[in-house]
Design a protein around this ligand. Sequence first.
Ligand SMILES: Cc1cc2nc3c(=O)[nH]c(=O)nc-3n(C[C@H](O)[C@H](O)[C@H](O)COP(=O)(O)O)c2cc1C
Ligand SMILES: [Mn+2]
Length: 493
Amino acid sequence: MAYRSFREFLDALAKAGEVTRVADPVDTNLLIAEWADREMKSPGGGKALLFEKPLVNGTASKFPVAINTMGSRKRIAMTLGRESIDEIAQEIQLILKAKPPTDLREGFALLKQGIHLLHARPKKVRDAACQEIVHKIESDAGRADDFSLRDLPILKCWPKDGGRFITLPNVHTRDPETGARNVGVYRMQIFDERTTAMHWQVHKVGARHGKRYYERNEKMPVAVTLGGDPALSFSATAPLPDGLDEILFAGFLRRKSIEMVKCKTIDLEVPADVDFVLEGYVQPGEMRPEGPFGDHTGYYTAVEDYPVFHLTAITHRRDAVYPTTIVGIPPMEDFYIGDAVVRILLPVFKMNFPELVDMTLPAEGVFHNLVFVSIRKQYPYQAFKVMHGLWGMGQMMFSKYIVVVDEDCDVHNTSEVLFRLCANTDPARDTTVIKNPSDSLDHAPSEQNIGSHMGFDATRKLPGENYHRQWPELLKMTDEVKALVDALQKKTR
Ligand SMILES: Cc1cc2nc3c(=O)[nH]c(=O)nc-3n(C[C@H](O)[C@H](O)[C@H](O)COP(=O)(O)O)c2cc1C
Ligand SMILES: [Mn+2]
């Protein structure tokens, strides 16, 4: 089911008992963040929180704050309008099965085609809920009216943050050469009422589009949307291959075309249903220190130069809700987002690795620090082949530690994986250390953006893998005995 608005999604969550409403005024300066952190760390991810009277500098904002709306298995499935995320993985598998692709590039081409066939292509509209209220922000000389970023209930998340940050912005840009669109979630630090930072890291598509504009020395139009159907926010965080349009993918996920409307002050289109649109531009070469920010690594990210976003207009729904999240020491809301992404894209990974059985990025690894993969091993060094393949695939390049186990090990059970890792490896024989790009946010490498990664082959060793003894058998009770004890226990209970 597609939601017509973010509010409709919140209502659906509320109906399912997934929302706690907070009617008392709560400060956007740290207090909402601390409240949300406790909620996100409660069993299963707690509830979504709707703060009806967020305080900004002592004044109640007109707009409520919604946080942790995707932060559980159930809510992330509801984000995409399904009972379970696995339904989507099955749909993608069906598309891919129609004509099994021979390689990854072909696979994604087919996926795109399939999505087109499912009528997910965006539609253009003239009237849009997101433009019910229009505030044009004029030049440096002055503004058309008094509305500004200060009117949004933007959080300060951690005590030593450099300021307030928009944490769930969908940043829309275009490649000036091909016209291809991209939407990514890149946080934005508020500098003043009409300028922010634009934190697209060097490996991201927004940064690549930016580079093209800088080379042409052209002002880069950027539109930032907040709210609307949460399927788009989800798509914008997903590490889709460069060139797979997030708007199209969101349309596929929610089984309904996204309706797009022209912006008021820039030459870009945005989804008509969103709650807020921040229209503006990035000027080639203009950089400004961004941070510190309490990041998803669990540490503060240091101050670094990033591009500056200048507002030209804010448009919004009359009844807009401000969506946000916080990141920090795991588990946090973003774990559920990342987990769903892996499960949805698993069929695509499997296409590249026929031996792949399952894969997960456990919460403790803050996404790419730790990857558990299970494979059906047929030949020597196959575990290493899978590691190298993953290290070459899009944002999987950041995977710091990859542990490969046999198919009978449940990768979602961290304790089981650690048992296999410890029991089955001889470190010198079963590990490999490689050089690869590192996540910009990783503070451990001696230099930013580059580092070493390590792979562990925790599978049972085959002949030809330098193991010259008899591989032992894993303990397992017979089914017969299990059934007998089941019956006995039932009687005594
Ligand atoms: C809550 C949240 C905040 C994020 N903040 C940033 C950020 O500030 N900068 C960044 O480059 N990526 C950030 N990301 C990750 C990107 O959204 C993600 O890598 C996405 O796939 C990028 O899309 P792209 O491949 O189209 O560039 C964030 C993700 C989440 C879930
Ligand atoms: Mn993208």
